[in-house]
Design a protein around this ligand. Structure first.
Ligand SMILES: Cc1ncc(COP(=O)(O)O)c(C=O)c1O
Length: 477
């Protein structure tokens, strides 16, 4: 095929064009941060609308830059829900920060390959320093290490891979893993991906406070041993997604020690609360764990994707993941250098450390501590407000920024209560003013608010409660 001579096969823009595009994108992002409160929380287009607006063949020729940016502004950005909105209270919201977003742009712009020391020594060092900060926050000793991954799912999966390598050496069909019925689904998925069969996974029930039932745990481990199984790993929660519950970590550590088992903590959500005084008190000593998942893209206010796996002994990572292909001999580490590709699953990897490092440099850790403490207080505020209203039941008290509740009338049966509470959430979502999610606790459908956005003003909390209360009163009558 003959290509026209003026084709831009270098894939370059002129300086003027690059500046224009950069300014446009920065303006869009700046406006997003400045005007978020005025936007609707949920913006969901229908499949038909999007198909019509976006479907085209792969373009043979390029389009005007302004035309492409315009389409992004009008179609993509207007049909985007905002997990960083001050009234987005569902799931784990993502109240990111501008500095982190700019760090991501910088990393993409320089196409940083945070894989090995040769290609990005300064970024490897930033990752080492940031990992050290997180490890220190968790109370880990100097021997600790870790690396950044896409998020909690990958951190949990990586942790199980390390635990298996260190504790068992090789996959063993008799090996069994333990976790509670409140454990995030990423753990079971990670186990499946790593080749664990259902009979190797033990889901233990939880108590009234949604903490793992340690008596049942011990009984199950003992029964498994008698059967010839090989219990080797317990995954405990330091802040469950449903209710913020924290498993009894010290007790679990003792159980693990007595059984020569690995203790992994899923602190993807709750771990950041170690920076808040009240959070630290609740979480206790996390440093007893062999490994910890913590996600800066949750409660450390970083843009998606930013997850982190920490281990108490950094040599475990190389034992689990080291590979030295013949064509990478040129990047062999010298003393003190770190090739992160030898410490995790990814070979080519972006720098996810820069955004956290840069945000901490700009705002200072004290600002982060205050922001996290505010999220904890917000949930307590919601709990207090709801408790003062008629017909609202608190299902799980405000814990690490999460509170669950439901509207209750004794005249309604359980099935009606589930359906009507779900309708309260659905109608609120439809209003687009605020988004409060639901979850299932002890078989009941309940409303759940996660209040970690430090930019949520008190009046937004008040208004959301008023909206919920009015909706519930209408729906239940
Ligand atoms: C406790 C916990 N663990 C793991 C995950 C999975 O994290 P990610 O979505 O970043 O993969 C989540 C997500 O909300 C979580 O809350």
């Amino acid at each position: 095929m003959e290509y026209p001579v003026n084709l831009n096969t270098n894939l370059t823009l002129t300086s003027t064009e690059m500046n224009w595009l950069g300014q446009e994108i920065i303006s869009l992002i700046t406006e997003h941060f400045n005007k978020l409160n005025d936007k609707t929380v949920l913006n969901i287009a229908s499949v038909d609308e999007l198909r019509e607006a976006l479907a085209t063949d792969m373009p043979n020729e390029g389009r005007e830059l302004s035309d492409v940016v315009d389409q992004i502004r009008k179609i993509l950005l207007r049909n985007l829900s905002h997990g960083d909105h001050p009234r987005f209270f569902a799931f784990v919201p993502g109240p990111s920060n501008f500095v982190g977003a700019m760090a991501d742009a910088l990393v993409a712009g320089f196409n940083v390959c945070a894989s090995n020391w040769l290609e990005a020594s300064s970024f490897a060092e930033i990752e080492r320093i940031t990992i050290d900060w997180l490890a220190e926050t968790m109370g880990y000793p100097k021997s600790a290490g870790g690396h950044f991954v896409s998020g909690g799912s990958l951190a949990n999966l990586s942790a199980i891979a390390v635990a298996r390598e260190i504790k068992l050496g090789n996959p063993d069909p008799a090996a069994t893993v333990y976790y509670s019925d409140q454990t995030h689904i990423s753990v079971e998925r990670g186990l499946r991906v790593l080749g664990f069969a259902p009979e190797q996974m033990r889901r233990i029930t939880t108590d009234m406070s949604f903490r793992i039932n340690s008596t049942e745990l011990i009984d199950t481990i003992n029964a498994d041993r008698r059967r010839g199984s090989r219990p080797f790993c317990l995954i405990a929660n330091a802040g469950t997604t449903n209710t913020g519950a924290v498993d009894p970590i010290t007790e679990l550590f003792e159980i693990c020690s007595a059984n020569d088992m690995w203790l992994h903590l899923d602190a993807a959500y709750g771990g950041a609360a170690m920076l808040a005084q009240s959070g630290k008190k609740l979480l206790g000593d996390l440093s007893v764990a062999h490994s910890i998942t913590i996600d800066p893209h949750k409660w450390l206010f970083q843009p998606i994707e930013c997850g982190c796996l920490l281990v108490r002994d950094r040599s475990w990572l190389r034992t689990a993941f080291d590979t030295s292909p013949e064509y990478l001999g040129d990047v062999d580490e010298k003393i003190g250098e770190i090739n992160y590709y030898q410490q995790g699953i990814q070979l080519t990897r972006q720098s996810r450390a820069l955004k956290l490092w840069m945000s901490l440099q700009v705002f200072g850790v004290d600002a982060f501590c205050g922001a996290i403490e505010q999220g904890i207080k917000n949930a307590k505020y919601i709990e207090k407000k709801l408790s003062a209203l008629e017909s609202w039941q608190i299902i799980s008290p405000a814990t690490l920024g999460i509170v669950t509740f439901r509207y209750y009338l004794s005249t309604k049966n359980e099935e009606e209560l589930d359906r009507l509470n779900q309708k309260v959430a659905d109608d609120l979502a439809e209003s687009k003013i605020a988004f409060v999610g639901t979850t299932l606790l002890n078989g009941s459908r309940v409303l759940r608010m996660c209040t970690i956005n430090p930019r949520t003003p008190i009046h937004d909390l008040d208004e959301t409660i008023v909206l919920l209360d009015n909706l519930a009163k209408n729906i239940f009558t």
